[in-house]
Design a protein around this ligand. Structure first.
Ligand SMILES: O=C(CO)[C@@H](O)[C@H](O)COP(=O)(O)O
Ligand SMILES: [Fe+2]
Length: 223
């Protein structure tokens, strides 16, 4: 991997106590999280519901400086671009599967002042997302079927990560789903540099140590 890629750890708060969203989020940041990965689900693109821009806006009013990424598991990502920008989101990561005009969505996200992330589900070939790399800031390779935290890591998705790292040495590549101390080695070896981890960090007795372990493993591969 190229030397100036950054190893960044973005915990997912999906499986935390959401009645304490602010406290849980601040604790993750205090324990060394580089950014927050906020899972937005619409009950349509995925069979689960979480929260939308009103909650993200409330969280932003209490946490001024952290980088917020929203992982938009929604059927119509275009609909939420402006409300999420207004809520203070820094990066808008959306799934390309339900979208007709991906380029247009990428453009609109940029026009709204956010970074662009393009995401694919495990069944979507990497060639589908490769088309949009020049219009985006990051590619998310899902390592579980989107919709729920706490699922088993799909190691076969590492082929996509390896392909992307080989062809795009400077690309930010994120993995999400079932990533923790037991699976970070695979992700780092394959070339992922942005790591989402939910259950493994939230459920850890020592969040700071777990976040550090994840980051150190990626740094070791970047060298
Ligand atoms: O987007 C998703 C699930 O759809 C993820 O962000 C997970 O919520 C991460 O949680 P773990 O799999 O690490 O528990
Ligand atoms: Fe996610």
């Amino acid at each position: 991997m190229a030397k100036h890629l950054k190893a960044l750890i973005g915990p997912s708060i999906l499986n935390s106590d959401l009645s304490k969203l602010y406290e849980e989020s601040q604790k993750l940041l205090d324990n060394g999280a580089d950014y927050l990965h906020l899972d937005v689900m619409d009950g349509h693109f995925v069979p689960n519901l979480t929260f939308g821009h009103p909650i993200v806006k409330c969280l932003r009013s209490k946490i001024k400086n952290a980088f917020f990424e929203t992982h938009m598991m929604v059927s119509n990502p275009e609909q939420w671009i402006s409300p999420m920008a207004d809520a203070g989101v820094n990066q808008y990561t959306f799934h390309i599967e339900p979208v007709n005009d991906v380029e247009d969505v990428c453009r609109k996200i940029k026009e709204n002042g956010m970074k662009v992330g393009v995401a694919i589900k495990p069944g979507t070939p990497v060639s589908e997302v490769e088309k949009y790399i020049s219009l985006s800031d990051m590619v998310l390779i899902m390592t579980v079927e989107p919709g729920f935290g706490g699922q088993k890591f799909m190691e076969n998705q590492m082929e996509k990560v390896k392909y992307l790292r080989e062809h795009y040495p400077l690309l930010d590549i994120e993995v999400d789903g079932g990533v923790g101390p037991a699976t970070i080695g695979c992700c780092a070896d394959a070339g992922a540099n942005m790591i989402v981890s939910g259950t493994a960090v939230i459920g850890s007795q020592d969040q700071a140590a777990t976040i550090k372990l994840l980051r150190d493993t990626v740094i070791e591969s970047i060298k």
